[in-house]
Design a protein around this ligand. Structure first.
Ligand code: SF4
Length: 397
């Protein structure tokens, strides 16, 4: 196959991409309608390699859900619980610190922390655990909270979003997570996440955080009741936000998981649709540096294939995942660093361990053996937890 044929019948779009011209929403829709996955993937791979070369990244991270109690009841959510439920949980600061200490011993550089909108915990609980986790090791990067959690915390603190973010930042928050974007269009949002913040509110939280110098990721939950038009509308709003504030480090498309929820869709997106969505995202989001193949939702085998369909990142070791697994994800809870390194290498890419901000911590030499023992090999001396202020030297191949 000749890359420069591009997807069949879409040679004009291939020419636009090669020339670096911006795709219109109509162009995006035509890409979504294409059945030529190989042509689409090759064009997205071209766009990715022009930006990232042959490097593909992963992160040593650990998820912590502080609680699954939530005052909302999003229809797609299998994670949230009410106080009357007998399988709800909330962690104490001490329990979170214990998880952070365990993670640190494994070489983890990032804690990724989200939870439900808890009905009664005070604002001081959140600033308290941020401070306590930072005290474990100041180099441990704290990526926490979705936009709707920030709105909830602002309400708790009785402060503006900006002042709330400043207070959280002062306590140790380093990045917002991208969760909660779902699908922006109101008609879809009301079918899958009634009561959740609007698209405008989601984007305003990220905009405010970016204006404070913060960075965040963003997501799209796809493969349920939305149409290709809804997906393009979603990508277009993210692209416009990125033009305005420039603070998104990466985009993470999340394949819908169909179990234990109230949406009448019994299957997640097919493999074809997952790869196509990644490829279109890479091509449409021309102002994003990174697109992640989220192995928890896709499985590591699909995420590996996605590396030749526009993705340049496979996310991280995770260790303990609740949200996707309570919704039926069949992937393991976490994965070992060696498996991520091998998957990337076998796909013909250069594995790069990254930090929260997608900065390289370690670039794997071709001849270096991936770690062979343990759930997760302890990171080498050069891959200690990084902070953007103190970049870790890169051991270049
Ligand atoms: S998706 Fe988030 S906000 Fe919605 S019910 Fe679940 S935990 Fe609550």
């Amino acid at each position: 196959m000749d890359l420069f044929n591009g997807p069949e019948g879409l040679e004009d779009l291939r020419d636009k991409v090669v020339a670096g011209d911006r795709l219109t929403p109509e162009d995006g829709l035509r890409l979504f309608q294409s059945r030529d996955l190989n042509g689409l993937g090759a064009l997205a791979d071209f766009a990715n390699r022009r930006r990232n070369g042959l490097r593909a990244s992963y992160i040593l991270n650990r998820y912590i859900n502080y609680s699954n109690y939530c005052i909302l009841s999003c229809q797609f959510c299998a994670f949230s619980r009410k106080k009357r439920d007998n399988d709800g949980f909330q962690l104490t600061e001490e329990q979170m610190v214990a998880k952070a200490r365990e993670a640190l011993a494994l070489g983890i550089t990032e804690l990724h922390i989200v939870g439900g909108l808890h009905p009664s915990l005070p604002f001081s609980y959140y600033t308290g655990f941020l401070r306590a986790l930072k005290a474990v090791d100041p180099r441990l990067q704290l990526k926490c909270f979705t936009a709707v959690e920030i709105l909830h915390l602002a309400w708790l603190a009785r402060k503006s979003v900006r002042d709330t973010l400043l207070e959280l930042k002062e306590a140790g928050l380093e990045s917002l997570t991208g969760g909660g974007a779902e699908i922006f269009r109101k008609e879809v949002r009301s079918k899958i996440a009634t009561g959740k913040e609007s698209a405008e509110e989601y984007l305003a939280v990220h905009d405010t955080w970016h204006a404070l110098g913060g960075r965040s990721t963003c997501t799209m939950l796809y493969g349920h009741v939305e149409s290709p038009e809804d997906r393009i509308d979603h990508l277009d709003r993210l692209r416009r936000q990125q033009d305005r504030s420039g603070g998104f480090t990466g985009f993470i498309p999340l394949p819908y998981q169909p179990d234990n929820n109230r949406i009448p869709v019994r299957h997640g997106p097919s493999g074809f649709d997952q790869l196509r969505t990644l490829a279109v995202s890479r091509l449409y989001l021309d102002n994003f540096d990174h697109v992640t193949a989220y192995w928890v939702g896709m499985g590591l085998k699909m995420a590996q294939i996605a590396l030749s369909h526009g993705a340049d990142d496979v996310h991280g070791t995770i260790v303990e995942e609740h949200i996707f697994h309570m919704a039926g994800a069949k992937s393991p809870q976490g994965t070992a660093e060696r498996d991520l390194v091998r998957a990337i290498r076998e796909a013909g890419r250069i594995p790069v361990q990254r930090n929260t901000f997608y900065e390289a911590i370690r670039v794997w030499d071709k001849t270096e053996e991936a770690p062979t023992s343990g759930q997760m090999a302890a990171a080498p001396a050069t891959s200690a937890p990084a902070s953007p202020e103190a970049p870790i030297p890169v051991g270049l191949a």
